[in-house]
Ligand binder design. Structure first.
Ligand SMILES: [Fe+2]
Length: 304
């Protein structure tokens, strides 16, 4: 039997990483990424590795806490399926999705473009095309009347004719029609085409806010953070005009109690609006939607 001395126990093996040298470990992991052929992937992975190592050092992450974090990510995947994407919800409640979207639009925003907001999980393909002035609140939808009038313009103020304006919203009970057996199919949804002056308008009812889904690991995280789970009342829009980038946005009711506490941080800047009383118990909302020139690429539609 060899002695401990013969096995050289406790002495560093030549070329091995030192357990007390995190900088050397980080350098080794970055070196392992150095051969990544896709230069963008290499850049993103380099940054991810650096930030993850820095995070672990900053909070002195324990093995048990790492296990807990990895279990959380596994459960985010397990909670996702065709009707629900917990990964998107995680990016939303961390503000990451809003950050990326606003950053992607920074050139348009600098020129007066309309602020974007998340498409969210409730946009449906094949929403009904309606004539301007029609009501998207189908028969027996309760709620205060809302008249939405808008114009679609280029960044230089030129009206965009025949632009396609898709809208959808929750009911005054805070439910989209596909969540609510009491609403007709495609209730509170519509597609409108702008006229020769870039104008559109439609009637509806004033929407209510609603909670994000909290039955998965994101709900556990929000509870642990002591956070609210509500989105302020809003209307969604996707605007498509030839020769222009697609604008996905939302306009929020500034009088909603959660107007400044949107759980996904989407209610930013000029997207918070006052629904003006019309003196007859209803409200009006006037919008200007300014689109940046560029390639027209529709976002992914999450629902049939
Ligand atoms: Fe929504």
């Amino acid at each position: 039997m060899k002695s401990a001395h013969a096995l050289n126990m406790g002495a560093p093996t030549p070329g091995a990483l030192s357990a007390s040298d995190p900088a050397a470990l980080l350098a080794a992991v970055l070196q392992a990424n150095a051969g990544t052929a896709n230069t963008r992937l290499k850049q993103v992975m380099d940054a991810l590795i650096r930030h993850l190592h820095a995070l672990a050092l900053e909070v002195d992450l324990s093995p048990a806490e790492l296990d807990q974090a990895l279990d959380f990510l596994v459960r985010v995947g397990q909670a996702s399926g065709p009707q629900k994407n917990e990964g998107i919800l995680l990016a939303d409640i961390l503000g990451l999705a809003t950050l990326v979207q606003l950053r992607g639009a920074r050139e348009a925003l600098a020129q007066g473009g309309t602020e974007p907001a998340l498409v969210g999980p409730f946009w449906r393909a094949n929403q009904p095309v309606r004539a301007c002035g029609e009501n998207i609140a189908l028969a027996d939808t309760p709620g205060a009347p809302l008249h939405v009038r808008g114009r679609v313009l280029s960044l230089t103020g030129v009206p965009l004719v025949d632009a396609r304006v898709e809208t959808w919203q929750a009911s005054p009970q805070g439910l989209y029609e596909n969540q609510d057996p009491h609403q007709q199919d495609m209730n509170l949804r519509g597609v409108f085409l702008t006229d020769g002056q870039g104008r559109f308008d439609f009637h509806s009812v004033r929407p209510a806010g609603y909670p994000v889904p909290v039955d998965g690991p994101c709900g556990e995280l929000l509870a642990a953070q002591g956070r609210g789970v509500m989105r302020p009342a809003h209307l969604h829009f996707i605007v498509v005009a030839a020769g222009h980038k697609v604008l996905a946005t939302q306009f929020f009711d500034i009088e909603d109690p959660h107007a400044h506490k949107d759980v996904v941080f989407g209610a930013v800047g000029s997207l918070l609006r006052r629904f003006e009383p019309d003196g007859r118990g209803g409200f009006s909302l006037d919008l200007e939607l300014r689109l940046e020139r560029g390639e027209t690429v529709l976002p992914h539609c999450p629902l049939p």
